[in-house]
Design a protein around this ligand. Structure first.
Ligand code: AQP
Length: 327
């Protein structure tokens, strides 16, 4: 069975972008692949985060994974910081990478551009992709399901794996990214040119666990154009195209079908339809999250997951140590 791995960082409240671009894919693939899904809590430290908030986000993230249908009997679910080999191989990957290639990463450029002129840029943002490469290569993952924003990091991981294999002999599987056909990039509702992000504007971001009256309000006031025609055109009508993508991802209907269905309906009716579908899906999700958080199953699941992941990680890291002369 081929292996698949992915993770999300608990940097803030999870968004509909994380759900459509990542989590929904994990659920689809869990029967087909041997899956490892982790909480990328070390990655959450790349920008300053309060300890209490990190703990809460971590608990919410594992609850969302379970509420969405990730089955711990099939999927190894664990916390990155519980498996110390991630940080160790991360260091080796940093030594195996070049400053030039890391500074070309789009996410690094975007995130540093957002830090004010006076702010210092944390080193963690710079070496984020080398830790991510370690996350992937530790487990010999064949496929990495990601949204478009993370594809470049998987490509760098491939380069690092090939470089290491060439230098020290065959050690790592070279992974391939998988992006969803629809929903690989969900945009902000208030600025559809930009990605919907945990750390972006609250008005443009739909949070999975927020009050649904607020969710509905944000969708009804999503930025669109003024020609009132429901049509997919990312360049000229990014707002409506984004809403079509969201609706298509959640209903399973194709964009063409939806365009036909809402022809002549007007933006108000269309937005209401999107809001109904999103709110129904999130209401069910929120109900399950509450149930899981009241049930005390989380600790056991993470403990079991960490044991399984550590076993694999230890074996791989020891092979790496032998190759490079540390053992
Ligand atoms: N807007 C999005 N559309 C599609 N996929 C998305 N993902 C994130 N945003 C979108 C996918 O979610 C997974 C986990 O992402 P992450 O939290 O580890 O990192 P990120 O991509 O940096 O997510 P955010 O929400 O933008 O976090 P912050 O604001 O903290 O940087 C990945 O597979 C990602 O592609």
């Amino acid at each position: 069975m081929k292996r698949m791995l992915s993770g999300i960082k608990p940097t803030g409240q999870l968004t509909l972008g994380n759900y459509i671009g990542a989590i929904k894919q994990f659920i689809e693939y869990q029967d087909e692949y041997e899956m490892l899904v982790f909480i990328a809590d070390l990655h959450a430290l790349t920008l300053p985060i309060d300890a209490k908030e990190l703990r809460k986000n971590t608990k919410d993230l594992i609850s969302v994974y379970l509420a969405c249908g990730l089955n711990p009997e099939k999927v190894t679910l664990f916390k990155q910081s519980d498996v110390h080999e991630h940080a160790e191989l991360g260091y080796i990957m940093a030594c195996n990478s070049y400053m030039g290639e890391l500074s070309r990463m789009t996410q690094y450029k975007d995130k540093t551009a957002r830090i004010s002129d006076h702010g210092s840029i944390p080193t963690g943002i710079f070496i984020y992709p080398t830790l991510m490469a370690a996350d992937i290569l530790l487990y010999d993952a064949d496929y990495i399901p990601v949204g478009l924003d993370q594809k470049q990091h998987v490509e760098l991981t491939r380069d690092l794996a090939i470089r290491f294999n060439n230098h020290y002999s065959e050690t790592f599987i070279v992974p391939e990214p998988i992006t969803p056909k629809t929903g690989a990039k969900i945009s902000s509702l208030s600025n559809p040119e930009k990605k919907m992000s945990k750390s972006e504007s609250e008005k443009g971001t739909l949070y999975l666990l927020e009050d649904l009256a607020i969710t509905r309000k944000k969708i009804m006031s999503a930025v669109t154009d003024c020609d009132n025609e429901i049509k997919y055109d990312m360049e000229h009508k990014p707002g409506i195209s984004n809403l079509l993508t969201i609706l298509s991802s959640l209903t399973g209907k194709s964009i063409d079908e939806l365009v036909q269905e809402y022809q002549g309906a007007g933006y108000g009716t269309f937005k209401k339809a999107v809001a109904d579908v999103v709110c129904n899906e999130l209401a069910e999700l929120q109900r399950k999250v509450k149930e899981i958080q009241e049930s005390n199953i989380i600790e056991n699941i993470l403990e079991e997951g960490a044991k399984k992941a550590s076993y694999l990680a230890r074996k791989k890291l020891s092979k790496v140590y032998r190759k490079i002369g540390l053992q």
